[in-house]
Design a protein around this ligand. Structure first.
Ligand SMILES: O=C(CO)[C@@H](O)[C@H](O)COP(=O)(O)O
Length: 231
């Protein structure tokens, strides 16, 4: 079932250790087939070197296992909340990449300080609020998804233009039109987290880039008069 998506999700998962975004079995990648609303996700606790397309788990949007011999990732409920609310996304990545986690644990967003970020994120990469004890006790992963959605809705952030978030006390989630793009955004997020950390150390001044430069770089790649990849 869903062979093509399985292969996409497998390749995306294997990119996480390749880009040094995870250690051991941390992190996970999923992808959704929007025709069937079935999600293929990494099995929980399985080492990346033991992964195959066949070991991935297929679940529906309610989290019911449709196909698979392993339990789906412990973060499955978070992935599913995002798929239910961000209708244009096709792939989600969660990692524990160190620079992104440093910002997440500090409860700090990653400010839009340069063109590297602007090419992929149309502004600051937000951090969620810390979760309440009762949220954690009820269902941590489900409420993680709810708090991400809350962060974007409250701040009127377009998830198609800011394809990532820092979950307070936890780490980054990124997304894209497919698992491959979600991985690409994960790599960029980790890179800009490290760069911006150093920029904040180097300058006590405001390091925010101008809106004009942000517009030029983001909109040139993603918006009107897109430049990249077009004739
Ligand atoms: O953040 C955590 C645990 O702290 C999880 O994201 C793990 O990093 C991966 O869990 P599985 O996908 O293997 O269940």
């Amino acid at each position: 079932m869903l062979e093509a998506l399985r292969n996409q999700v497998y390749e995306a998962n294997m990119a996480l250790p390749e880009y040094k975004l995870i250690t051991f079995t941390w992190g996970n990648v999923s992808g959704i087939d929007r025709d069937s609303n079935l999600v293929v996700i990494k099995p929980s606790g399985v080492a990346y070197e033991d992964l195959t397309p066949e070991t991935l788990v297929v679940v529906d949007l309610e989290g019911e296992i449709i196909e698979g011999d392993f339990n789906p990732s412990s973060d499955t409920a978070t992935h599913l909340e995002l798929y239910k609310n961000f209708k244009d996304i096709g792939g989600i990545v969660h990692t524990h990449s160190p620079w992104a986690v440093s910002f997440a644990q500090a409860g700090k967003s990653i400010p839009a300080a340069g063109t590297t970020q602007a090419d992929y994120f149309y502004g600051d990469i937000p951090v969620t609020r810390a979760m309440k004890n009762e949220e954690i006790e009820i269902d941590y992963e489900l409420k993680t998804g709810s708090v991400i959605i809350e962060t974007f809705q409250k701040n009127k952030i377009d998830p198609n233009r800011i394809p990532g978030v820092l979950v307070n006390d936890h780490g980054p989630f990124t997304w894209g039109k497919n698992p491959e793009e979600a991985v690409h955004n994960s790599v960029v997020l980790e890179q800009v987290a490290e760069m911006t950390y150093h920029s904040l150390q180097l300058s006590s001044d405001n390091i925010y880039m101008s809106q004009v430069l942000l517009d030029k770089h983001y909109l040139r790649k993603h918006g009107d008069n897109a430049y990249y990849g077009q004739n």
